[in-house]
Ligand binder design. Structure first.
Ligand code: AMP
Ligand code: FE
Ligand code: FE
Ligand code: ZN
Length: 282
């Protein structure tokens, strides 16, 4: 059965599998087209394209940018981007710099809690410039301080926990405009994680559409059937594209597999022509 997976992380951000490993897993799952969507970086794309050629898997260059409005974080996916685009890469560099300002503060908090850890060792372990909390979680696991990434987030790293430090994030409109400037499609990631406070999800997505949003990630590893129906109908009402993906991270989210999510995810390849048409690549 031919399927898509348009949301995948690799070792180039906070995933634990290389782009080549991700392609192998996609091949096992029967995925025919995928998108590499690392956080704030696109350096994983060329390796995925090369590995994809061997397996007959089409690779869409993508990325994921975290943005914030008020207290809620919105993640914006970008697709059909030029991974060598200078302007976009400059923007992404500023996002990674904000990570390097934040992470040492998280480390200081962990140290104040009596944990022996340095940012240097986390950077070394991460092996990428897009260093995130999952890398800190992995360092804590290696030291035996926590039993899993989830344990690390639950006890220290999640919003509201003792080592949490917020990061300066762009607005959704900024994230969308950077993707559009790179001729890409901008898609709202995993609406299930969006916390809406003073308005409905529909009103928020309508506003995002005015900012240039092209689509909604309707199909997602942790969307239940009711949510999938709700987000599909929202996308249809607003004339937005429907996309889907697993958000595979390897060990950071060990229960999620490429292509099938928690086992029941199916992103139909029939969605692809509309996406390509919208991106001008029909
Ligand atoms: P950061 O980009 O440094 O703010 O870290 C956010 C990333 O951490 C997300 O994109 C997820 O990959 C991961 N993450 C967030 N919450 C959890 C959690 N509870 N368990 C495991 N990973 C998480
Ligand atoms: Fe992540
Ligand atoms: Fe996300
Ligand atoms: Zn993601």
């Amino acid at each position: 059965m031919s399927r898509l997976d348009l949301h995948l992380h690799t070792t180039h951000s906070d995933g634990s599998c290389s782009p080549t490993d991700v392609i192998e897993r996609a091949h096992q799952a029967g995925v025919t087209t995928l998108a590499i969507t690392d956080h704030d970086i696109m350096t994983g794309v060329p390796e995925a394209i090369t590995a994809g050629l061997h397996r007959g898997i089409e690779v869409i260059p993508g990325l994921e940018i975290s943005s914030s409005v008020g207290d809620s974080e919105l993640h914006i996916l970008g697709y059909f981007l030029d991974w060598q685009d200078e302007e976009l890469n400059r923007r992404l560099m500023t996002l990674r710099e904000s990570r390097h300002r934040r992470n040492p503060m998280i480390i200081e908090r962990l140290q104040a809690l009596g944990i022996e850890i340095t940012y240097e060792e986390v950077r070394l372990l991460a092996g990428t410039d897009a260093v995130g909390r999952p890398h800190i979680a992995r360092a804590l696991m290696n030291k035996g301080v926590v039993s899993s990434a989830k344990d690390a987030f639950d006890r220290f790293l999640a919003d509201g926990k003792p080592a949490y430090v917020p990061r300066e994030l762009p607005t959704p409109a900024e994230a969308i405009s950077w993707i559009k400037a790179g001729q890409g499609l901008a898609v709202l990631a995993h609406p299930t994680w969006v916390r809406v406070v003073d308005r409905s999800l529909g009103e928020m997505v309508r506003a995002l559409k005015e900012d240039g949003l092209d689509g909604v990630e309707v199909y997602y590893s942790t969307h239940n059937p009711r949510q999938t129906r709700e987000y599909l109908s929202l996308a249809q009402q607003l004339g937005l594209l429907a996309t889907g993906g697993s958000d595979f991270h390897g060990l950071t989210k060990p229960d999620i597999e490429v292509g099938i999510g928690k086992g029941t995810l199916h992103v139909a390849s029939s969605l692809l022509p509309k996406l390509k048409q919208a991106a001008g690549r029909a």
